[in-house]
Design a protein around this ligand. Structure first.
Ligand code: HEM
Ligand SMILES: *[C@@H]1O[C@H](CO)[C@@H](O)[C@H](O)[C@H]1NC(C)=O
Length: 490
């Protein structure tokens, strides 16, 4: 006689075998990859890890388009510049969906830009792009805001009189202030607690992303959303951002929309009025709040982390730092405002800024996309809803595209005569229809902040410190280990 438990075990084994066979059948139509197992997919073969080096190793075995399985879900990974670019630009519309996992749905409810898909995404993205362009024009435009913040930042470093300091907070503060000026129309002083609170909330959210509890939430959302824990704290951090944004919107509506819109909120409020009779309009307060949150989340941590890496590389490569300074001294006056346009006269500095972005690779493997309809990706048919990951790191570190991919080398962006050369494989902002919306602003900020700081200071390790790590802390974004430096006035 069979006992109940024997029957159950036999049944389970039978189901697992059926599932295994089904996976093998489905798998034949997809790009190659490690053999998936029921429940775990390919997680066991990958030691439950997922990072840029591991993905590049899998590509060595299976080629530049391969399939990994996260449990039941296949993820198609594109590896190397050519595959990333072709995959994202051959049918760009088809791969323009965003993977909105349970946690991100709980957070942004599919609204705004970054975590929206379809009609909402299209309208909100187009509006934000146009508005950033409008705000870029004129004397009080974006570039002026960046120059103003660079001025405050230099003044702050100068006030430290060469004493050791951790540069991360001042940099985050300045970069966040640029977004505040763009979106809310004003900046915050260094003493103002409000911006400190927003920055703390943002940092907390980034730290939560990719943590163990975050993964648990994605796997068991129905359970986790009922339990207390760090995920509740993360969601409340997002709420801090939302409620601050709502307060700023209230202040704008109270004072009325000026004839000449001054900031993102002015433009948005005017557009809600203008489109209120359009039946398919998605312009409303909720989408405004979430779009603004996206600008804040997408624009502060990324840009400041890149600058924190930049100063670290200068401390670690004093010869590069010196060469940048010599070029700046030769081309710019000591107190002349630095413009983004000046990069054309400063090829070495421009190359260094690009190499900082390439080598630091802060977004690591990048953000997953989703096919919004049945499509073909590099010859493989994919069903609507399939997840696609264009691995950004594999383009920035592609051995076929870069002379010394694993070394910090500004020569990557210079020809033999020292002229700046752009590189197609330089895709830190991704590529295709979802390419970073703040790319132009980010490039302007990186150049102006970096050049302003290096013109004013020489960055050195504090007395007695000899070792410094340029290895990243692996996570959602790649961060340097905290460090201190001295900004010696020149
Ligand atoms: C060094 C700085 C930055 C880097 C490396 C960066 C990188 C990226 C990347 C890789 C994506 C994902 C694109 C994709 O799905 O393929 C993205 C999206 C986005 N970024 Fe940036 N970004 C930076 C700065 C900024 C700034 C300053 C802003 C705001 C003004 C911004 C706003 C956004 C938004 C709103 C999205 C979502 C776009 C969409 O889903 O349609 N980013 N960024
Ligand atoms: C997409 O492909 C699936 C299976 O390959 C098929 O069943 C479905 O009808 C297709 N959908 C459309 C809209 O073509």
């Amino acid at each position: 006689m069979l006992t109940i438990s024997q029957v159950l075990i036999a049944l389970a084994v039978f189901l697992l075998i059926m599932q295994f066979l089904k996976l093998q059948r489905v798998r034949r139509q997809l790009p190659p990859g490690p053999i998936p197992l029921p429940i775990f997919g390919t997680l066991i073969q990958l030691n439950f890890q997922f990072n840029r080096d591991l993905l590049m190793k899998v590509a060595k075995i299976h080629g530049n388009i391969f399939t990994l399985w996260f449990g039941w879900a296949p993820v198609i990974v594109l590896n190397g510049y050519q595959a990333v670019k072709d995959g994202m630009t051959m049918y760009p519309e088809d791969v323009s969906g965003r993977l909105v996992s349970p946690f991100f749905r709980a957070m942004a409810k599919g609204k705004g830009i970054m975590l929206a898909t379809g009609h909402t995404w299209k309208q909100q993205r187009r509006f934000a792009l146009r508005t950033l362009r409008n705000l870029g024009l004129g004397k009080r435009g974006l570039e002026h805001r960046v120059q103003e913040e660079a001025h405050y930042l230099v003044a702050f470093f100068a006030s430290m009189k060469g004493k050791p300091l951790d540069p991360s907070f001042p940099l985050v503060h300045s970069v966040s202030n640029v977004i505040c000026a763009v979106v809310f129309g004003h900046r915050f002083s260094r003493e103002d607690e409000t911006l400190h609170e927003l920055i703390r909330a943002t940092e907390h959210l980034f730290k939560f992303g990719g943590s163990f509890i975050h993964h648990l939430y994605e796997i068991f959302p129905w359970l986790m959303c009922r339990l207390p824990g760090p995920h509740k704290k993360a969601l409340s951090c997002y709420e801090v951002l939302s409620s601050f944004t709502r307060r700023e919107i209230r202040m704008h509506t109270d004072r009325g929309i000026p004839d000449e819109p001054q900031d993102f909120i002015d433009f948005y409020l005017a557009h809600i009025e203008k489109s209120k009779d359009e039946p398919r309009s998605t312009y409303n307060e909720d989408n405004m709040v979430y779009s603004i949150n996206d600008l804040f989340l997408g624009g502060s941590e990324t840009t400041s982390t890149t600058l924190i890496w930049g100063l670290l590389y200068m401390v670690a490569n004093p010869d590069v730092q010196e060469k940048v300074q010599r070029e700046l001294d030769a081309v710019l006056g000591p107190s002349q405002l630095i413009c983004y346009e000046d990069r054309k006269e400063l090829p070495y500095t421009n190359a260094v800024v690009h190499e900082v972005q390439r080598f630091s690779n802060i977004i690591s493997v990048g953000m997953p996309r989703v096919c919004v309809r049945n499509t073909t990706l590099l010859g493989f048919p994919l069903k609507k809803g399939t997840i696609v990951l264009p691995n950004i790191a594999s383009s920035l570190y592609d051995p076929e595209q870069w002379e010394t991919p694993r070394q910090f080398n500004p020569g990557h962006f210079l020809d033999k005569d020292g002229n700046f050369v752009s590189q197609e494989a330089f895709l830190p902002f991704s590529v295709g229809h979802r390419v970073c919306l703040g790319e132009h602003l980010a490039r302007t900020e990186l150049f102006i902040f970096f050049a302003s700081l290096l013109r004013a200071f020489t960055f050195r390790l504090p007395e007695g410190v000899t070792k410094i790590s340029t290895e990243p802390i692996l996570g959602g974004t790649l961060q340097p280990h905290p460090y201190r430096l001295c900004a010696i006035p020149r």
